[in-house]
Design a protein around this ligand. Structure first.
Ligand SMILES: O[C@H]1[C@H](O)[C@@H](O)[C@H](O)[C@@H](O)[C@H]1O
Length: 574
């Protein structure tokens, strides 16, 4: 298999030799060395692939911008909404409306992505980004602002699920991790831009200032511009070949594949044909397996079948469990409490420019996501993830220690947040906290911040959209919980214990991941997401085909393993 061929058919060259994906039940595959240079042979993504990644990635920028911008907005709206100062309840509702809408929309948009295609959902999300930005900018009441935030949330929910899926289904496998991470880089860049714009536009007041100049309207309205640009660019991009094949539009799929491989070093129609055949075979096999599983195909709705398939097939269930585990962990580790409230924390600690200090958090997140981007396909998802989480635990424990030695006033501000004051006198404690937060953020950005977004690799094509949608909803559900509980936890549990709790969640997450087989050898399909890329490929020796257990095969990163397994004849399946 040529490097250029490998990508879209599944990425078997990315199997970690230490984790050969041997299924103890199936004993189906063994890993052997690919021919020398196979990884290098996977041509660098061409200009076209970069262009489509960047066009789709604008959603990431908006995701980051719109989630990051709320912190500066809340402290600068003054009395311009409903003619009064925001209460703490207003602030909570305005903030959580986004996550809540995203939570509700992500599984719904998975049905749309199957019915209308991935590209159309990106366009729909772009339209919602524009509408939400304008609605916020025009808001005169708190309720109107909540509505605007909810529309933006719907856009973020749809985009956060569909963009990684779109990129993963079009990207060459050898570079898939990197290209999906580009989207996360955009998210983190959007957050940096939001902080910087917030600082520049809203009077540089940090927390507590009130800006009635209306600059905050510009701040929230700015989100409309990139969305318009994106709609134009994505208008020229193709639909993913896998979706097209599933819809019986093989010629369009061939054209899309031609553009993708044509831009790489080994381009050409022959490769596009070979890839198309592979995808067609994959789709046929999935359809056949799904048909066999359904007892009365005509009596049931398609989306119900997909739900059935997701939960009834053991392999899909495990893929879902791992995707949800990683997405839940990404949020429950508490990272976004820093994103949303770091200015509050730094005020508490007496930093003179809390907004600027928070910007260093966003910037660290961005810089280390870029580093992850550079190494992810070389080092591998599993290693990056499992090696980075312990550093997060260390950072959190150190932060907990830092909080325990600073003198933080126990009284609350009138908005329910811990008051600023004496803690700032303890420079050493504040320094320890800032340093430990940087360690934590850097480690998060390297692993948990981006690997869960490679979720689509876990799922077989038939359940990929739904599985990704459900996992994305888990992400937003957990995001919602963290956003809502952080300040009360700081108040009730105290800061050291709050950070200690996040450390416990991270440590527990590692344990659960191991138990679920993340990166381990026991789970062939799902484990692939965290398998490290090397010049390895998989060849079958024997396979015990288990129809009930593994009827579908082929997730993106793993489908070569699965595909080869499926080559073993099954009863009634040729
Ligand atoms: O991957 C992103 C990224 O890590 C962001 O910085 C974070 O705010 C999001 O919640 C997460 O999904």
């Amino acid at each position: 298999m040529s490097g250029a061929e490998a990508p879209l058919i599944a990425g078997a060259e990315h199997i970690d030799p230490e984790n050969p994906l041997l299924d103890e039940d199936d004993a189906a595959v063994s890993v052997v060395k690919a021919r020398d240079g196979d990884a290098d042979a996977a041509a660098a993504p061409g200009l076209f692939v970069w262009l489509l990644t960047l066009s789709a990635g604008i959603s990431g920028l908006l995701f980051g911008y719109d989630t990051g911008v709320i912190s500066a907005t809340l402290v600068s709206v003054g009395t311009s909404l409903s003619g009064r100062a925001l209460t703490s309840l207003d602030k909570s509702v305005v903030t959580s409306a986004t996550a809540l809408a995203a939570l509700l929309v992500s599984p719904t948009s998975s049905a749309l992505a199957d019915a209308l295609g991935r590209r159309r959902v990106i366009l729909l999300a772009a339209a919602l980004f524009v509408a939400g930005a304008l609605a916020q900018a025009a808001a005169r009441t708190v309720a109107a602002m909540v509505l605007g935030r909810a529309v933006v949330g719907a856009a973020v929910g749809a985009a956060s699920f569909v963009v990684p899926l779109y990129i993963a289904e079009l990207a060459p496998a050898a570079h898939r991790g990197r290209l999906v991470t580009v989207n996360v880089v955009f998210i983190t860049l959007g957050q940096v831009v939001a902080y910087a714009a917030g600082w520049a536009l809203t009077g540089r007041t940090g927390t507590g200032g009130a800006d009635d100049t209306g600059n905050w309207r510009l701040l929230v309205g700015l989100g409309a511009a990139p969305a318009v640009v994106q709609a134009v660019l994505v208008g020229f991009m193709p639909e993913t070949p896998r979706w097209l094949v599933k819809e019986g539009r093989a010629e369009e799929a061939r054209a899309a594949l031609g553009k993708v491989v044509g831009g790489g070093a080994g381009g050409g129609a022959r490769e596009a044909d070979a890839l198309l055949r592979e995808i067609e075979r994959e789709v046929r096999e999935e359809d056949e397996a799904a048909r066999l599983r359904r007892r009365s195909p005509k009596s049931r709705l398609r989306w119900m079948d997909t739900w059935d398939e997701l939960f009834a097939v053991r392999r899909n269930r495990r893929a879902l469990a791992i995707a949800c585990l990683l997405q839940g962990l990404q949020q429950l580790c508490g990272f976004n409490s820093l994103m949303y409230f770091s200015a509050t924390i730094f005020t508490m600690l007496g930093f003179t420019s809390p907004t600027l200090t928070s910007m260093t958090v966003a910037a660290t997140n961005f810089v280390f996501t870029v580093i992850a981007l550079l190494i992810i396909d070389r080092v591998g998802r599993r290693r990056v993830l499992l090696y980075s989480i312990p550093f997060m635990v260390v950072g959190l424990l150190l932060a907990a220690y830092g909080f325990s030695i600073v003198d933080i006033p126990s009284s609350s501000g009138d908005d329910g947040t811990p008051a600023a004051g004496g803690g700032g006198d303890d420079k050493r404690g504040a320094g320890v906290i800032l340093f430990s937060i940087m360690i934590y953020v850097a480690a998060y950005a390297m692993g948990l911040g981006n690997v869960p977004w490679m979720q689509s690799e876990l799922f077989a094509l038939g359940v990929r959209s739904l599985g990704s949608g459900v996992a994305t909803a888990t992400n937003w559900g957990a995001n919602f919980v963290v956003g809502l509980t952080f300040l009360p936890l700081m108040e009730v549990l105290t800061p050291p214990w709050t950070f200690g709790l996040y450390a416990l969640v991270c440590a527990g997450g590692v344990g659960c991941s191991q138990a679920q087989g993340v990166g381990g050898a026991a789970v062939p399909g799902p484990a692939c997401i965290v398998d490290s890329p090397t010049s390895e490929t998989v060849q079958p020796q024997t396979a015990k085909a288990s129809e009930g257990e593994d009827p579908m095969g082929s997730s993106l990163a793993c489908s070569q393993v699965d595909k080869r397994r499926k080559e073993i004849p099954r009863p009634g399946n040729g």
